[in-house]
Design a protein around this ligand. Sequence first.
Ligand SMILES: [Zn+2]
Length: 481
Amino acid sequence: MGEDNGYETIIGLEVHAQLLTNSKMFCSCSTEYQNTPPNTHVCPVCLGMPGSLPVANRRAIEYVIATALALHCEIPEYTRFDRKNYFYPDLMKGYQISQYDAPIGCNGWLDIEAGGKRKHIGITRVHLEEDVAKSFHADSYSLIDVNRSGVPLMETVSEPDIRSPEEAREYLVRLRSLLRYLGVSSGNMEEGSFRCDANISVRKRGTEQFGAKIEVKNMNSFRGVYRALKYEQERQVRVLEEGGSLRQETRGWIDEEGITVVQRSKEYADDYRYFPEPDLPPLVLSREWVEEINARMPELPEVRMARYMSICGLTRQDAMTLIDTRSLADFFDSTIALTGQAKSRAVCNWLLGDVSRLINADGVEISDCALTPQGLSELLDLIDKGTLSGPASKVVLEEMYRTGRQPATIVKEKNLGQISGSDEVLEIVREVIRDNPKAVEDFRQGKSQAITFLTGQVMRMSRGRANPGITKQLLEQELGA
Ligand SMILES: [Zn+2]
């Protein structure tokens, strides 16, 4: 942990998220680069040909404004693009169009939950830039695919307010959930559309001055980020404890080996020779435009979670699990709009229980299956009316999930309706008593758990359809309890 040997850990995160626009940041080429033949979505602009001129993508700017608003950032009236100069084989122009001292959003925050307490993590800035091409290395040569060059990339930089790898993970989960709610990024870390670089340093507890800042790159999963930070935290403390010193540098995470290695000594901002992009005019972010984007914002995860707890009466854990996937939370809202708030818990239990089990097994989202809010609300109705028993309702749900058919139709066709008629249940109860003399004897000698066994037998014989209340009543009556 961060408190080891009296050291404190300081972490700041930089997250790059690809934006879900159809076209690239500064040209009209398609952003689809994952499953397309190499170098098919390219033009003079994203190839970096001399004389070509960039035109900014309005939608991408709106996505960054929406994110900045959701992160409680200040949105200045003017913003600007700058050239960040560096040489890199994947960078077509020899510079990247980014933003330097006039980002779209600054001075915001994101709340996380740390050790049962709410914690404010400052957001330094949110800005817009372009992605680079992708290279592939063979034995004696390298190939380059320019399809990714120019895909809009949003960078979110946190303040060094994070104090442990656990908090870092929580921050990433919250940020990704936010971007998904806003519909601005897929947030898929494995595919590279959500990437995280971390700055981490340690210092003796009680001292003010920051230790040497180490930047860690190449982490491709949340787990990777967590492990890399854990590793760095321990390594840095060990170096200092052994009397060594640390210097500012960039290290790469090697997942298979679970270690970080030096990549290069860290560049300073001067090394990039930033200057205003002469081919793009400064951007005016009119208050009307910002207000319009604000008015279109969906209900954000934090607000939704609070509503689930206060109005719907869900536990914190359930509310958190529900909001984690927007499609599930949307499904929950649509269902309780039909059933009424009073059934919030029941709806939540179905969604987080049997429904989640089915969608997780198939690796799909709830929006991809045949189950509808209307269907689930009808199912709950049948259970409430006593038409369906607990076990039988699970069978019906599975059928609804696969086929989308109405629960009432499934019940009728499969003859799954609950048997509440005393005569019918009594017949089964008598048969069970006749077939299980041992259990009946046990019960008569005072072993009360024998009745649980007998009830189970009635359920089994009726294929889960016997009404439990009536079964219990009749069993006791027939056994002369
Ligand atoms: Zn292009």
